[in-house]
Design a protein around this ligand. Structure first.
Ligand SMILES: C[S@@+](CC[C@H](N)C(=O)[O-])C[C@H]1O[C@@H](n2cnc3c(N)ncnc32)[C@H](O)[C@@H]1O
Length: 269
């Protein structure tokens, strides 16, 4: 029996489908790549859905099933996609909205809940749940050991949905607090300056020799993970399938093991 958050328990008003079940939306995390990181819970949710909704690249990762409908859309239309999923569920369908990594981290779960709230009661009675997935940062961290072994924070370098000043403020605050920094959405083919500026900001407070992990397309055939340092980062290789992990003052490369990085759990003092 799938777990249903008590916060999202359906009320009695959701419409039932022709075979009697009530409409519902599950926002399902696919993990960062490949079937090896798809949880059994996510697999079950995908298998039982009537409709699959998602960005075309992520939907392509889900095996086709007879009788299941697919609604793919382009990347930047999250709000529209979320409303579409809720509409389908309001009509009695079991809907799975697919999302890469964990759906609650820079992904579709927020968009669906935002649309649910903006519906002003229109979707009352729908069951909405979030099925977690492995986040790309966990997969990337595991490839090089344990860089996230102590306090860390995660910042998206995308300034599509927030002003760049906020990004810089958060980078400075993370450095000030000496936390390991994970950077999502570091660059795309058109968005290149943000990464250079972020490295400048971080370099104001962190040593040039700080370990830095560049993890690209982790879990896929195109995977490449390298351990370098803040001053030696070659930013040309960084694209939208890449994330970076920048160490804190205590993060170390294991002596004699240049591919292994850890941040000790103990902090001096
Ligand atoms: C919109 S965010 C989605 C994050 C996702 N929800 C998660 O939990 O991993 C997309 C960003 O995640 C990172 N990313 C996603 N998959 C990745 C992978 N397989 N390897 C490295 N980074 C990845 C990249 O920084 C990419 O720009």
């Amino acid at each position: 029996v799938p777990y249903i958050s008590p916060l999202l328990v359906p009320t009695a008003t959701g419409r039932a489908s022709s075979d009697g079940h009530r409409g519902r939306v599950a926002v399902v995390g696919l993990g960062p790549a490949g079937p090896q990181w798809l949880t059994p819970e996510a697999q079950a949710e995908l298998a039982s859905a009537d409709d699959l909704v998602g960005y075309e690249t992520y939907l392509a990762r889900v095996p086709r099933r007879r009788g299941q409908r697919r609604h793919s859309s382009e990347n930047q239309v999250e709000a529209e996609r979320a409303r579409h999923a809720l509409e389908l569920a309001a009509g009695g369908s079991r809907v799975a909205v697919v999302s890469s990594g964990d759906p609650g981290i820079f992904a579709m779960a927020s968009a669906v809940l935002e649309a649910l709230g903006e519906g002003n009661g229109q979707y009352a009675g729908l069951e909405v749940r979030v099925v977690p997935g492995l986040s790309a940062m966990q997969a990337a961290a595991a490839r090089v050991g344990a860089p996230l072994g102590h306090d860390f924070c995660v910042v998206s370098l995308s300034d599509h949905l927030k002003p760049w000043e906020i990004v810089e403020r958060r980078l400075r605050a993370a450095c000030e607090a000496d936390m390991v920094l994970t950077l999502y959405n570091p660059a795309s083919s058109t968005r290149r300056e943000q990464l250079a500026r972020a490295i400048e900001v971080v370099s104001e407070q962190r040593a040039p020799s700080t370990p830095l992990v560049v993890a690209r397309a982790v879990g896929s055939e195109a995977e490449s993970v390298t351990v370098t340092t803040l001053e030696q980062l070659e930013s040309d290789v960084v694209d939208m399938r890449t994330l970076l992990i920048i160490g804190s003052s205590t993060t170390r490369i294991v002596p004699g093991e240049p591919r292994l990085v850890y941040t000790p759990r103990r902090y001096p003092g």
